[in-house]
Design a protein around this ligand. Sequence first.
Ligand code: NAD
Ligand code: TYD
Length: 350
Amino acid sequence: MKNILITGGAGFIGSHVVRLMVNKYPHYNILNLDALTYAGNLENLTDIEHKPNYQFEKIDITDAKMVSRLFATHKFDGVIHLAAESHVDRSISNPLEFINTNILGTVNLLNAARMEWNGNMEGKRFYHISTDEVYGSLGETGLFTETTSYDPRSPYSASKASSDHLVRAYFHTYGLPVVISNCSNNYGPNQFPEKLIPLSINNIKNNKPIPIYGKGENIRDWLFVEDHASAIDLIFHNGRNGETYNIGGNNEWKNIDLIHLLCKIMDEELGRPAGTSAQLITFVKDRAGHDQRYAIDSSKLMNELGWKPSLQFEEGLRKTVKWYLQNQQWLNNILSGQYEQYYNEQYGTR
Ligand code: NAD
Ligand code: TYD
């Protein structure tokens, strides 16, 4: 029996990782630690919450005492650390929250693991989930590899870069058995509707403007969230200590092209005449320090651990659209007064 701690398991990616681990490894005890911020939602896990190998604890990773107490009680063999503040626009208006959770919170977990595992690191693993945004912004060509220099440019990516450095420092200094992965943009069911794809789906459905920053020329490499979860499973079990693995979809899209594809799918799924949703596209003020292009070389992960993404983009996007259209209650519960306040601050009251 193994005891595994997953942090941030009530969030978008974390909930898919928790589901995969609980279902695939009935002989593991999975403990989901999450502070249930605006982005954490236990409704994401209703299908597995009664399984005997699953437990939830509402804990804030910035609370060092609570984190240490949890480690002392549960004797974890492994940690998969996803808890973070994750939205670039929020990091621009409130950097401190990102510093606290993403940097201090990560250090609290590292300290607790080091304390508990001191003297016996055998078979233990601390897996830190990070982002390709730590590498900065690409021009028209080139891909991020595991050896690309860090060059974060937003408070979010700077806080994630800092946490990556600290995780590596604990490997070199204390011999903590760590592994890190840096992934490209995820999409799929359960993503909070502040990120580009779910925000646009929700707006199109409600005939609201689709806000495109700048000219919509920025490029992202999109990966279906379940493919990220399968990579995390592989890396957690088979990745090498001290190593970094890049994860990406080999699927680059200019924002404006992605939104046109999304509009086409939405018209089809909602039974609207072709071209209806695209009329909602509205160019708005660009994001400050907006990274131009992200693109990932995942050949190390593919060659070393045999991972590959399972879904084509259009297939994954349609699956995502159908999920949001079929889960109106999930959306209603999330679109609380707080969301409205965030939306008005970010985009005005249109
Ligand atoms: P999310 O915002 O949907 O979820 C984050 C979760 O962490 C939430 O459940 C939230 O309640 C929890 N959390 C936040 N602060 C906490 C705290 N102080 N203590 C305990 N729990 C806290 O984020 P996501 O998109 O699922 O991202 C998960 C991880 O993956 C993050 O580390 C992020 O940097 C990384 N990542 C995300 C993407 C992406 O495209 N979304 C891509 C690459 C890497
Ligand atoms: P986002 O989903 O916030 O992810 P990230 O900033 O981590 O890449 O944004 C994806 C891209 O879409 C990014 O280039 C910013 C852009 N974007 C818009 O054009 N409009 C929006 O309302 C949002 C949220 C993002």
